[in-house]
Design a binder for this molecule. Structure first.
Ligand SMILES: [Cu+2]
Length: 309
């Protein structure tokens, strides 16, 4: 009787321990799926996650601790029926052509859109850029939280090498699928909010060192399109010229988004002009002078400088 009881207890204990182990692996698996760690390499993404993720809120952490160039977290959702391969060949080859024609002076700035309609695949209109230009300089780590609908995605980097080659073409792309099942990850609820008005960056925040999470509200005009679609944090040096930084952020220009960058980038966002609020985090490790910068194409960037004591 007593042996039977011991045997029963042993079995129950084994079952409980197996369940605890199973649950802890599930929790571990889930956290790896909703917080995706990405190490930037010149030129690849080393991603510590399965290439099938649940739908819902997912945070991408781009660590640029090993590379010598500035990189970014850019996320694009493909239209139905379009493969990762289609994007990396048909679409990217057309962009290489557009860039070359513009830089060779064959194409005017105002003609890029029409020429794009001629040579980009018809499905390009169906691409959804969830984020681009989450710029991170060497030695920095940037975070971005996005809502992923089911579908096929690419994590890419549009920056350029010294020779002017787009990092995607050098191998900076990671393909993944977002499943129908939803992760129970919470809606981001950051401490601070930034509002991008037409002519002002409004921010309610006491700048101190440490990690900071932000929600960005994009003020929209009457047509439902936001005045601005991007925001970045940079660390200022004595000689930093923010107008020069704005020029450098112009991807089309020969020197645009090509390392070395004129300033240290600590992360940020770029979204479509019809996008809802955006979420990102930055890490300020040292006191100094900093600036929020909104890149304005062919115009004057929007800036807000601040000091961290
Ligand atoms: Cu890159």
């Amino acid at each position: 009787m007593s042996n039977l009881f011991k045997g029963l207890m042993f079995n129950i204990t084994t079952i409980i321990m197996s369940l605890v182990f199973l649950m802890s692996s599930l929790v571990h698996g889930q956290s790896q799926e909703t917080v995706v760690h990405v190490e930037a390499i010149d030129h690849a993404f080393d991603v510590d996650a399965p290439n099938q993720l649940p739908s819902g809120w997912v945070t991408f952490i781009l660590s640029n601790q090993m590379a010598s160039e500035t990189h970014e977290i850019s996320l694009v959702k493909l239209p139905d029926g379009v493969t990762h391969e289609d994007y990396l060949t048909d679409y990217m080859i057309a962009w290489e052509t557009l860039l070359r024609e513009y830089q060779d002076g064959v194409l005017e700035r105002s003609g890029i859109s029409d020429r794009g309609n001629e040579i980009l695949p018809a499905w390009s209109d169906g691409l959804r850029y969830l984020n681009a230009r989450g710029l991170a300089s060497p030695g920095t780590t940037a975070e971005r939280t996005v809502y992923l609908e089911p579908g096929e995605y690419l994590l890419i980097c549009w920056l350029k090498t010294e020779e002017g080659i787009i990092h995607i073409m050098k191998g900076m792309h990671w393909e993944f699928t977002v499943r129908e099942d939803t992760a129970d990850s919470p809606v981001p609820n950051p401490e601070s909010r930034i509002t991008l008005h037409e002519k002002e960056i409004e921010i309610d925040w006491a700048p101190v060192t440490g990690k900071h999470a932000f929600e960005v509200e994009l003020n929209k005009n009457g047509n439902g399109r936001s005045y601005h679609n991007n925001l970045h944090l940079v660390r200022l040096e004595e000689e930093t010229d923010l107008n020069e930084v704005n020029e450098w952020m112009d991807w089309y220009k020969i020197g645009g988004l090509k390392s070395p960058s004129p300033v240290e980038f600590l992360g940020g966002i770029e979204v479509e002009r019809v996008a809802d609020n955006a979420y990102f985090s930055v890490n300020i490790t040292e006191p100094g002078d900093y600036a929020w910068i909104v890149f304005v194409s062919q115009g004057q960037g929007l800036y807000k400088t601040f000091t961290v004591d």
